[in-house]
Design a protein around this ligand. Structure first.
Ligand code: FRU
Length: 509
């Protein structure tokens, strides 16, 4: 009898140990994994794991958009920088590639750019190959710690297999440092008019320009910015390109400059200048005091544009890092840190104050749309899910004297508010009640945009689990903010006394 009972107990033990406990464990592990991943966006680019900051070396070649990024594959904090790598055919879906550049004896691999060297000016190509050239900053932390000033230099790596593998140039660095602490983030392009490669480099509180015939030897040609624009922090990640003004044949040069801190709503942000480039230096057509922001939110930094997009396409496409140095190392994600903004089309438009820059998600975002929900004016609240594109039109009262806007929310009462503050005469995103925000004193708050309004206002917005990118009037104003709710903000509702003239939501995934 005892023996039978023992056998029976042993059998139950086997069932528990063999099937039920492991199953529970797998379930638990799944839950832990899901929990660790709960803040990961569904359609924005994120690293597979580890840390990410600036987008780097973006170029188009042979049907593929390449994206590199500042990356620490080993932990989720900023530490020895590598270049992570991903490719895409449509700018929306990305395939992760092996890490492209590792730190070496000259230092960590900081931000920079990459170009297609069509004419093999470097001589680094092979007869059967067009060489791809990455130009980046070496940051030698040992030298920095030892008190030297010249610890940032510029180096080159090349690829002869369409960007699959990268080899460092034996003659690095190609541009040494004259003794200036902040000397980084080279962005290079081919300037057809003067037949030379041009490098824009962030140097302390201004931008310096260098010229080269072969990307290997560089000559200083001019500088811009000491007395222009915002100077609340160090200048970083420049980009220089020419653009047509919408609906005309007139063109202007645009210089993007990221600044940290000193953004319009504190911390990191990207300003821009409009003017001319003569092959040697940039001149602004606005006054020294004019400050222009590409995005008013807290979370669009270090953005630059793709190079080598074919002329037949002709677009200037921008992508930024969706975080802020004020709290980037503290955001409450587990396996990974940071996402990129959506790729955005840059264009110029006329205003009474002069020519200004617009940014708006590229047309490829249409391919993300799954379902459509028309937002009828008689309703005020909808269940829209965690990831979608939305568009809402409001009538703008004559004196703009009424608060109005929309909120995204969850059942726990966590909410992100987007609207018009009649008292301040400001548009804004408010994330003070958006969920976890105690990881940094710098995080909670409102991103404000000083008053601009007409008879009506159109908000286009892209929500993706932990981020919202808002574009007012077709991208004349951009505001990008991240947030960390306990559960996704799947509700959408209107607030205020102003008439909503219509809207739609396109669900994604
Ligand atoms: C901008 C930046 C760059 C630098 C890189 C280091 O966010 O500070 O100036 O190259 O990040 O990761």
């Amino acid at each position: 009898m005892i023996e039978i009972r023992t056998k029976y107990i042993f059998f139950i033990y086997l069932v528990l140990v063999g099937f039920i406990f492991p199953a529970c464990q797998i379930e638990q592990e799944k839950e832990v994994f899901m929990d660790k991943e709960k803040h990961r966006p569904l359609y924005h680019f994120t690293p597979p794991s580890g840390w990410m900051n600036d987008p780097n070396g973006m170029f188009y070649f042979d049907g593929l958009y390449h994206l590199f990024y500042q990356h620490n594959p080993d932990t989720t904090i900023w530490a020895p920088m590598h270049w992570g790598h991903a490719i895409s055919r449509d700018l929306m879906t990305w395939e992760h590639r092996p890490v492209a550049l590792y730190p070496d004896s000259l230092g960590m691999i900081f931000s920079g750019s990459a170009v297609v060297d069509h004419r093999n000016t470097t001589g680094l190509g092979r007869p059967e190959n067009t060489p791809l050239i990455a130009i980046y900053t070496y940051h030698d932390e040992e030298k920095n710690k030892a008190g030297f000033l010249d610890f940032q230099t510029q180096g080159i790596a090349f690829s002869n297999d369409k960007g699959k593998t990268w080899e460092k140039y034996a003659g690095n660095p190609v541009l040494s440092n004259p003794g200036i602490r902040d000397f980084r983030d080279p962005k290079v392009f081919w300037h057809e008019a003067t037949a030379a490669w041009i490098m824009s480099l962030a140097v302390d509180d201004h931008i310096r320009f260098y010229r080269s015939s072969n990307l290997l030897e560089w000559e200083y040609s001019g500088s811009f910015g000491k007395d222009f624009g915002a100077h609340g922090g160090v200048w970083e990640c420049p980009d220089l390109f020419e653009l047509k003004v919408d609906g005309s044949d007139v063109s202007r040069w645009v210089l993007l400059v990221s600044i940290n801190p000193g953004g319009p709503n504190r911390g990191s942000a990207t300003q821009y200048f409009i003017g001319d480039f003569d092959g040697n230096t940039f001149t602004s057509e606005n006054s020294e005091e004019t400050i222009l922001w590409l995005d008013w939110g807290r979370d669009n930094y270090a953005g630059v544009t793709w190079s080598d997009i074919p002329e037949a396409d002709g677009r200037r496409i921008f992508m930024g890092w969706m975080s802020n140095w004020d709290y980037a190392n503290q955001v409450p994600t587990d396996n990974w840190r940071s996402a990129m903004t959506l790729p955005r089309l840059l264009s110029l438009f006329n205003t009474s104050a002069g020519i200004r820059l617009k940014n708006y998600p590229v047309i490829e975002t249409l391919s993300l749309r799954k379902g459509t929900l028309v937002l009828g004016a008689e309703e005020k609240s909808w269940d829209v899910g965690p990831a979608y594109e939305g568009r809402i039109r409001f009538e703008m009262p004559e004196n703009a004297d009424k608060d109005f806007g929309f909120e995204i929310f969850n059942q726990a009462g966590q909410v992100v508010r987007v609207g018009w503050d009649a008292g301040l005469k400001n548009f804004y995103i408010d994330r003070t009640q958006s969920g976890t925000n105690d990881f940094s004193e710098e995080f909670s708050g409102r991103s404000l945009v000083p008053g601009v309004h007409g008879n009506e206002v159109v908000f286009d917005f892209w929500v993706d689990v932990t981020s919202i990118e808002v574009f007012i009037d077709g991208g004349k104003i951009g505001i990008t903010d991240i947030f960390f709710p306990d559960s996704p903000l799947t509700g959408l509702r209107i607030f205020g006394d102003v008439e909503m003239m219509g809207g739609a939501v396109y669900t994604i995934q």
